[in-house]
Write a protein that binds this ligand. Structure first.
Ligand code: GGG
Length: 338
């Protein structure tokens, strides 16, 4: 029997409650010895318990080591005592490496040449929360460290190796000379440790342009936080939409897998959410956290087969294509695995 894999499952808000059970069902089909611990977090949890990330949830995440998170819908107005639970969880578990594979799946809304991984630094840059108002001037600090840059660069070069991907170091060092300059030089230093992995560099705005014009041009983009956030959503658009886009945030000790999409309150509760981003996030855990490569390959192959057969949820249905709901799509993927 293989190793026991403990997974803390946090559906969160909105469609998270629909797509995460689908992902768990698929994972159970390919991973023997999977122990699931269910936990709560989100805006609804805050309304019921007065905290969006209860201490028991954080304990469960730490005990399990691996988390499958759904989505959260934080209010856009300030609420006393509320903090985004997913941002707090990522910080608490120090998952500094956000990995987002973007594939041109066989659907009319995706670009067939797309086969890209965006590796995004997840803890520094403009998302560090260091902001202040001085009169009518808002100051947002952007911190880039050598240690933070070199640890994410190592993740990118390690990921690139098996498939011989070319690593493109993304920056704007021609303008942001100090911050992006340190990022660029540190990534290039790490590149020197990987003579077998091809690398180049790209100015972020030019890369956005080229990616839209020629989605097959890049293999792996190594990005500081904000640039990675923007380029990975651009890539998700080229890959058929947010419903198809998985992510995995990795640290030294912990991992959080989550679909890229949010809680989608406009369609929540209707049973029509696309479960594929969540299911592919489970496959990322299998591949990169548990080293269950065959299980990950099997999930991806099953999804390919189901999409090839023409099955679509509404978000990926092209003109004249009929759509099915979350349950039918999930069942078809489970059937394709058998
Ligand atoms: N699964 C990713 C997700 O939930 N994205 C939306 C998000 O991160 N929102 C932050 C928040 O609402 O606090």
């Amino acid at each position: 029997m293989s190793d026991l894999h403990r997974l803390c499952v946090i559906p969160g808000d909105g469609v998270g409650k629909e797509v995460i059970p689908a992902a768990v069902a698929v994972l159970r089909g390919v991973i023997d010895n999977l122990e699931i611990v269910e936990a709560e977090a989100g805006w609804e949890t805050f309304q019921q318990m007065g905290t969006a990330l209860p201490a028991e949830t954080l304990d469960a995440a730490r005990r399990c080591g691996s988390v499958l998170f759904g989505a959260v819908a934080s209010p856009t107005y300030p609420v006393e005592g509320y903090r985004s639970p997913i941002v707090a969880l990522r910080r608490a578990l120090d998952v500094f490496a956000n990995i987002r594979p973007l594939i041109g799946w066989p659907i009319s809304t995706a670009h067939p040449a797309l086969n890209l991984i965006v590796v995004r630094e997840n803890t520094e840059g403009l998302y560090g929360g260091k902001e202040r108002l001085e009169g009518d001037t808002a100051i947002s600090e952007r911190v880039i460290t050598r240690a933070g840059s070199s640890r994410i660069a190592r993740v990118a070069f390690e990921l690139a190796r098996p498939d011989k991907r070319r690593v493109t170091i993304i920056h704007k060092a021609n303008v942001i000379r100090v911050g992006d300059g340190l990022w660029r030089s540190t990534c290039l230093e790490v590149a020197g440790e990987y003579p077998d992995v091809e690398n180049d560099e790209g100015i972020v705005d030019a890369v956005a342009y080229h990616l839209v014009r020629d989605p097959g041009r890049y293999d792996l983009l190594l990005c500081p936080n904000l640039y990675g956030d923007i380029l990975s959503d651009l890539g998700a658009g080229l890959g058929g939409g947010l419903g198809m886009a998985p992510s995995l945030s990795l640290g030294e000790q912990y991992a959080i897998a989550e679909p890229t999409h949010g809680a989608a309150p406009d369609i929540a509760g209707q049973g029509i959410a696309n479960p594929i981003g969540a299911i592919l996030s489970g496959a990322l855990l299998a591949r990169h956290r548990w080293q269950r490569l065959n299980a990950a390959d099997a999930i991806e192959e099953a999804i390919n087969q189901v999409l090839d057969s023409g099955l679509r949820t509404p978000d990926i249905a092209g003109a004249g294509e009929e759509a099915v709901g979350t349950e039918v799509m999930t069942q078809a993927i489970q059937d394709a695995l058998r």
